[in-house]
Design a protein around this ligand. Structure first.
Ligand SMILES: NC(=O)c1ccc[n+]([C@@H]2O[C@H](COP(=O)([O-])OP(=O)(O)OC[C@H]3O[C@@H](n4cnc5c(N)ncnc54)[C@H](OP(=O)(O)O)[C@@H]3O)[C@@H](O)[C@H]2O)c1
Length: 241
C-alpha cells in the first residue's frame, strides 16, 4: 500500500497490486488467477525477487569499509572470510536457491499461459547479477555444463543445484570448483541465466532476457552499493519496454 501511494503521488494512477511469495505455490496460483481475471493476459513479467543466501554481521561489514572495486571483483572474499562477517549456512543457501532460481521458475511457469496470449510477443526480464558470470566459477566442468546451450535442460539445472547443496553440506565447495564469494547467490544467478536461455529457445516469439542491474544501494548488499535504485532500474526497464 505504501509503494502504491508513493507511485500515485508521482501521477501513476492505473496501478493494482497483489501479494506474492515466490516460495509459496498457493500465493503464485492466486496471483495468476488475479491477473487472468483482471487483465485476461500478461505482456511483461519482471522476476525481481532475490535473496542473498548469507548471514551478515552488518556492523562488522561496514567497519571493514570494503572498496567497491574489490567487492565487485570478488577479491573482498579473503577479507570477509578472515573477519567472518559474511557466512553461508545450508538453510540460507537453500532459501536463496529456492527464491532466486526455483521461485523464478515457478512464477514463470504459472504465468506462461497468460504471457502466451500477449499479441505482440511477451517480455520476460530475469534480474541477474555480476556474481553469475561463468568466469567467476573456478570449476571448468561447472562452467561447461552451464554454458552448453545445446544440452541445457531444467533437469540438468536441478542436478547442478542438488550437487552444489550436497557439496556445501559436506564442506566441499572449494575442492569441487564452486565459487566461494556468496556461493549460493552466485550459483542461483548462474542457473537463472541458464534457465533464461532455455526459455528463450523454447519461446522464440517472446523477448526473454536476464540483466545485471549494477551495484545498487539496497538491502540485498546491506546498502553497500554505489548506484541509486533509479539507476539500477534502467536495465530491467529497457528490456521490459
Ligand atoms: N542491489 C544490487 O546491487 C544487485 C546487484 C545484482 C543483482 N541484484 C538483484 O536485484 C533484485 C532486486 O534486489 P534489490 O537489490 O532490490 O534487493 P532488496 O532490496 O533486498 O530486494 C529484494 C526483494 O525481493 C523480495 N523477495 C525476497 N524473497 C521473496 C519472496 N519469497 N517472495 C517475493 N518477494 C521476495 C523482497 O521482498 P520483501 O521486501 O517483501 O522481503 C524485496 O522486495 C534481486 O534479484 C537481486 O539479486 C541486485
Amino acid at each position: 500500500m505504501e509503494a502504491l501511494l508513493k507511485l500515485q503521488e508521482l501521477g501513476l494512477s492505473n496501478i493494482v497490486f497483489h501479494q506474492l511469495d515466490v516460495l509459496d505455490p498457493i500465493s503464485i496460483k492466486s496471483l495468476a488467477n488475479f491477473i487472468q481475471e483482471k487483465c485476461g493476459r500478461l505482456d511483461i513479467l519482471v522476476n525481481n525477487a532475490g535473496a542473498s543466501g548469507v548471514v551478515v554481521d552488518e556492523e562488522g561489514l561496514k567497519a571493514l569499509n570494503i572498496d567497491p572495486s574489490s567487492w565487485l571483483s570478488g577479491q573482498a572474499y579473503k577479507l570477509i572470510e578472515l573477519h567472518g562477517v559474511i557466512k553461508t549456512n545450508y538453510e540460507k543457501a537453500e532459501e536463496c536457491l529456492n527464491t532466486n532460481y526455483h521461485g523464478v521458475r515457478r512464477v514463470t511457469e504459472a504465468l506462461l499461459p497468460l504471457l502466451q496470449l500477449s499479441p505482440a510477443g511477451a517480455r520476460i526480464v530475469n534480474v541477474s547479477s555480476l556474481r553469475s558470470e561463468l568466469k567467476r566459477i573456478p570449476g571448468e566442468h561447472i562452467r561447461k555444463e552451464l554454458s552448453d546451450v545445446e544440452t541445457l535442460t531444467e533437469e540438468r539445472l536441478e542436478a547442478v543445484i542438488r550437487r552444489f547443496l550436497h557439496d556445501l553440506k559436506e564442506n566441499a565447495l572449494e575442492g569441487n570448483g564452486w565459487p566461494l564469494m556468496v556461493p549460493a547467490y552466485s550459483i542461483s544467478k548462474a542457473t537463472l541465466n541458464a534457465y533464461t536461455r532455455i526459455l528463450a529457445n523454447k519461446f522464440p516469439n517472446m523477448c526473454i532476457n536476464c540483466v545485471n542491474p549494477g551495484y545498487v544501494k539496497t538491502n540485498i548488499n546491506w546498502n553497500t552499493g554505489t548506484m541509486s535504485v533509479e539507476e539500477g532500474a534502467r536495465g530491467p526497464v529497457i528490456l521490459s519496454l
